[in-house]
Design a protein around this ligand. Sequence first.
Ligand code: UGA
Length: 435
Amino acid sequence: MRISVIGCGYLGAVHAVSMAKLGHEVVGVDVDPVKIAALSRGEAPFFEPGLPEILSEALATGRIRFTTEIADVAGSEVHFLAVGTPQGADGAADLRYVDAAVAALLPHVGAGQLVVGKSTVPVGTAARLADDLAAAEPDATLVWNPEFLREGFAVQDTISPDRIVYGVPDGVEGERAVEVLDDVYAAALAAGTPRLVVDRATAELVKVSANAFLATKISFINAMAEIAEVTGADVTALADAIGLDARIGRRFLNAGLGFGGGCLPKDIRAFRARSIELGLPHTLDFLEDVDAVNLRRRDRLVDVATELLGGDVQGRRVAVLGLAFKPDSDDVRDSPALDIAARLRAAGAVVVAYDPEAVHTSQRVHPELTYAESAAEALGGADVVLVLTEWQEFRDLEPAAVGALVAAKAIVDGRNCLDPQAWRQAGFTYRGMGR
Ligand code: UGA
């Protein structure tokens, strides 16, 4: 099929390349010429395992090209909208990129074609865009098809998703849209991926409610970590025990520094803002608490680190291991790790930070921090070690080897990813989060 993907950021670039991998003819469009040039050269504009390989493969087949010319989408049977919806000033989603992309796209949409939204939007956006599309081309259809990819697993999640959701209009128009999308996703459907056909509002809500649920699950266990901290309980053992109840499940019950990234934090804020607009001022009040619990973990880590430094961070050397919001990513949007590094630096500590992939992205936001080229360099002479992102490289650190580099044997495990026993046996003061 001939497919266009508008927006070549995280979501769009991965989607475009994955569509080409599945055998479709793809044109990826973005307003950023630097991004388009990089993708055209076969360079992924961000770190994502597996993406460079399938990008080169797709370019070699000639099935994909990238352009800044929106007119090049003409003739595509399906146009995917994959632009960002960042957080606006008041917490609500900022739809300026969606609106601009749709305005640019509409003159090029032909009869019988589908416009398929993938961006995370406030419920009701699809209905509004459907009206705009109907005014421009009455024989085209607007569908919402949310994306559930996780950074670090983006390619796998796009090619083999755990479910596919189509939000379509009623009647024959909707049935036709389902047939077209079934062709787009033929490979995943043949592999048995569940496919749900719903109305557009439900499809928009599936996405935000899934992220709100995941954020709530993480903040729930982090609230238990707060309780564990004052009672001497171990939140990790608690999560293992409650997680064995199949109704609860162990996944997304890792207590630590909480959630960051370009999705969960902004999505819960936008969802709450939208519910207030919908005349439901209190329905999603709990998401405010979810946000507050999440942000308190960062305060807690700063307090523990300060305590280990004897109450004053001024002039003390702090080794920060991890800056990305999660491992296998160079993304530092709303990253708890980078936030903590910057806060300690602002309080007067000498912070030396290292991350296997996220130094260049961190440098852009916090040029004032000192960055190391290796974990060993960051650890040299440290008065306290903070593990803030659970990269495998940090899980594998040898306590004795670290002990030989640091000035003082004190470690804070912000992601509960280390073996406390092993570190204590090597003479370290070990502090986890709620354990
Ligand atoms: C999230 C969702 O998981 C995806 O399903 C969704 O498609 C995506 O947002 C999106 O909206 O595009 P992602 O932001 O890549 O994906 O990251 P997650 O794996 O959800 O992790 C989010 C944050 O939660 C990370 O900072 C992670 O460290 C933290 N987390 C995760 C915990 O603190 N504890 C856990 O148990 C799990």
